[in-house]
Design a protein around this ligand. Structure first.
Ligand code: ADP
Ligand code: MG
Length: 332
């Protein structure tokens, strides 16, 4: 590559993340030497972003850097783990120093915010693809899984799902006039939704504090209904969502009053946590900031994996099967 691979790594990626004493040897050798904590389970995750698939071509470099790490940290959070080390496999069509500086700024700021050291990677030329691996640790046996939920467990979600999908729709609508989106909504609402897509917040602290409390956990990357279906299936349960309880951000309500519900149910890219909580732990989890109770797991004998429950004006409850399946790269 024009700048020279080594110069590029030196300039943009060495000492980008946090400095950690458990990095025995970082960037520059054939491999990194890392010292895992004793008595812990290591957690390993990997997620790749492809231009035009996971983010629109021409997205701000700082956002791509942030998101490439954030989606991995979100997986670490869903395991209840604490992140430590990251690897970055960067494939770029060309070397643009301004782009690299922006990318490294976004990646580095999030890495330092979570104490993550960038300990290695790979740099190649080709269509823009960013592969990241993160290693973290969790006290032995305490890692959260998708499979621990039981009928009767309450479902909780962090944040306000649906915002990122609306933000992406705003970004994709060049003239701002996407169907169902009010581009004349207050500018701060539009900006808030765009930022939810461009700079998602991995819920690391929430995941850590849910260890020993949640029976099952997943992060929402492909939409609430689709990812709830995965958690429920892994837990051999069905799930019911209380539609009226779903946390709706003021920005989402202002920008897309008509499509807010669809966005909350099916919108991807939120990177919120969705978890099941046994009855004995519900009061503690309900008292945590930023979590909303949205439904429950039930016996898998009901027809639909995920059911939507609503209360009508006359007080009666109605149930309908949820149709959204979430985003699947290989479907259709
Ligand atoms: P090798 O040819 O032995 O695989 P490289 O020349 O690819 O080594 O990489 C040299 C060093 O730079 C290694 O420590 C590698 O982990 C690191 N590295 C390469 N690309 C990146 C990157 N994009 N970000 C961080 N570290 C990188
Ligand atoms: Mg290499």
């Amino acid at each position: 590559m024009a700048l020279g691979e080594f110069e590029l790594i030196d300039r943009f990626f060495r000492d980008r993340g946090a400095t950690r004493t458990d990095v025995v040897l970082g960037i520059g050798d054939d491999g990194a030497l890392l010292r895992p904590p004793s008595g812990a389970d290591l957690v390993a995750v990997s997620d790749t972003l492809v231009e035009g698939v996971h983010f629109p071509a021409g997205s701000p470099a700082e956002s791509i850097g942030h998101r490439s790490l954030a989606v991995n940290l979100s997986d670490i959070a869903a395991m209840g783990a604490t992140p430590r080390w990251a690897l970055l496999s960067l494939t770029l069509p060309r070397v643009e120093e301004a782009w690299l500086a922006g990318f490294a700024r976004g990646f580095g700021a999030l890495a330092r915010a979570h104490g993550v050291a960038l300990v290695g990677g790979d740099t190649t030329r080709g269509p823009m693809t960013i592969g990241v691996q993160v290693l973290g640790a969790v006290p032995a046996g305490d890692g959260l899984r998708r499979s621990g939920g039981r009928p009767g467990d309450a479902l909780f979600v962090t944040g306000t799902p649906g915002d990122a999908a609306a933000g992406l729709a705003l970004i994709m609508a060049a003239d701002g006039s996407a169907a169902g989106l009010r581009s004349d909504a207050p500018a701060d609402a539009l900006e808030a939704l765009r930022r939810r897509f461009l700079f998602p917040t991995p819920r690391i602290a929430e995941g850590e504090s849910l260890r020993g409390l949640a029976s099952a956990c997943i992060d929402i990357s492909d939409g609430l209904v689709g990812d709830l279906g995965k958690l429920a299936a892994a837990s051999a349960c069905a799930a019911v969502l209380d539609v009226d309880a779903l946390p709706r951000s003021a920005a989402l309500a202002a920008v897309t009053p008509e499509a807010a519900l669809r966005s909350m149910l099916d919108g991807g890219d939120d990177y919120e946590l969705l978890l099941a909580v046994p009855p004995a732990q519900v009061a503690r989890v309900a008292s945590m900031p930023g979590l909303t109770r949205i439904g429950e797991l039930r016996d898998a004998s009901t027809a639909a994996r995920v059911t939507l429950r609503r209360r009508a004006a006359d007080g009666t409850l109605s149930e309908t099967p949820a149709t959204g399946a979430g985003f699947d790269h290989f479907a259709g």
